[in-house]
Each structure stands twice: as structure tokens, then as C-alpha cells.
Design a protein around this ligand. Structure first.
Ligand code: C5P
Ligand code: MG
Length: 159
């Protein structure tokens, strides 16, 4: 019988002038970016948490504490690759990942495929297993007012 697991991830970072805007490992040209200890890639953080959630192995902060100088400015690729390694080690295969980035601006749709390709590469998946969606927050709340950005991710595993 096939065993199935689902994991959910969410992340939120403050918008800051003079920081890079990195989403799914892809740098989006913009006059602002996201503040954080690492590269503040909310999408890879949400996805890492979704994988850890499916494995019931805690959350990203347990594996990579944000007060550890080792992770200052770290590329979030390594967080996701670490979670993917734990997934494989425990005998699970990723069926698909689905994600949403919520950012008022800039428009991200031209970056959808580069981001999907990068996530597929990091997780060893085909492009059609990786979904990346974008939403504004309709100018409402901290995301809508341009103070922050959020990402959500869900993954399905089987073995
Ligand atoms: O949030 P809303 O429904 O108005 O988004 C409309 C479209 O704009 C969506 O299809 C989404 O892909 C795109 N979008 C985008 N970049 C954003 C927010 C939304 O490309 N930052
Ligand atoms: Mg984060």
C-alpha cells in the first residue's frame, strides 16, 4: 500500500530598502528586498518547512537557528537541500510541491518559470511537479501596504 504524507509551510519577512529580493533562489530586480538573517528567501523557507512538516521533523529554525552566525547571509538553497536529503533518507519521494508568494509589487509572473526550474533542480523534480503562484494582497494589511511579503507551500510525499 502507498503511504502518503502532506506538509505545510509558511514564511513572512519584512521588506527593506537595499536588500536583494530573492524568491525561490532567483534574484528579482527591485529597489527593495527582504530583511533577514539569511538571504530571506521566503519561498525556499516555506518550502523547507513544508518538507520538514511532512516528515514531522520540526521547523527550519530548529535545523538552522537564526542566531547562529554560521547562517548569516546563507543561501537558502542549502536549507531546502538539507530537508530534501532528510526526505530521501527516510524513504519518501516528493509527488509535487505547490506554493504561493504574496507580494504587492513588483509583478513576478515573468519569474515564474525560472523559479520553478530552480526549485525543480534543487529537489530533483520535473517542472510539472513544481507549482509557483503569485498574489497581491489587494493593498490591504502589511503585505498590501508594502511592509512585508509572505510565502506558503504545501508538499505531498509518498513511499
Ligand atoms: O492578487 P491578484 O489576484 O490581483 O493577482 C493577479 C495576477 O497577478 C495573478 O495571476 C498573479 O500571477 C499576478 N501577480 C504577479 N506578481 C505579484 C502579484 C500577482 O505577477 N506580485
Ligand atoms: Mg524565513
Amino acid at each position: 500500500m502507498t503511504a502518503i504524507r502532506t506538509g505545510l509551510g509558511w514564511d513572512n519577512h519584512r521588506i527593506a530598502e537595499g536588500r536583494p529580493l530573492i524568491l525561490g533562489g532567483v534574484t528579482v530586480p527591485c529597489e527593495f528586498g527582504l530583511d533577514g538573517h539569511s538571504d530571506a528567501d521566503i519561498l525556499l523557507h516555506a518550502l523547507t518547512d513544508a518538507l520538514l512538516g511532512a516528515l514531522a521533523l520540526g521547523d527550519i529554525g530548529m535545523h538552522f537557528p537564526d542566531n547562529d552566525p554560521q547562517w548569516k547571509g546563507a543561501s537558502s538553497d542549502r536549507f531546502l537541500v538539507h530537508a530534501a536529503g532528510l526526505t530521501k533518507e527516510r524513504g519518501w519521494t516528493i509527488a509535487n510541491v505547490d506554493t504561493t508568494v504574496i507580494l504587492q509589487r513588483p509583478k513576478l509572473k515573468d519569474f515564474r518559470n525560472p523559479i520553478r526550474e530552480n526549485i525543480a533542480r534543487l529537489l530533483g523534480l520535473e517542472l510539472d511537479q513544481v507549482s509557483v503562484k503569485f498574489k497581491t494582497a489587494e493593498c490591504v494589511g502589511p503585505v498590501g501596504e508594502g511592509k512585508s511579503a509572505e510565502a506558503q507551500a504545501i508538499v505531498t510525499l509518498f513511499q
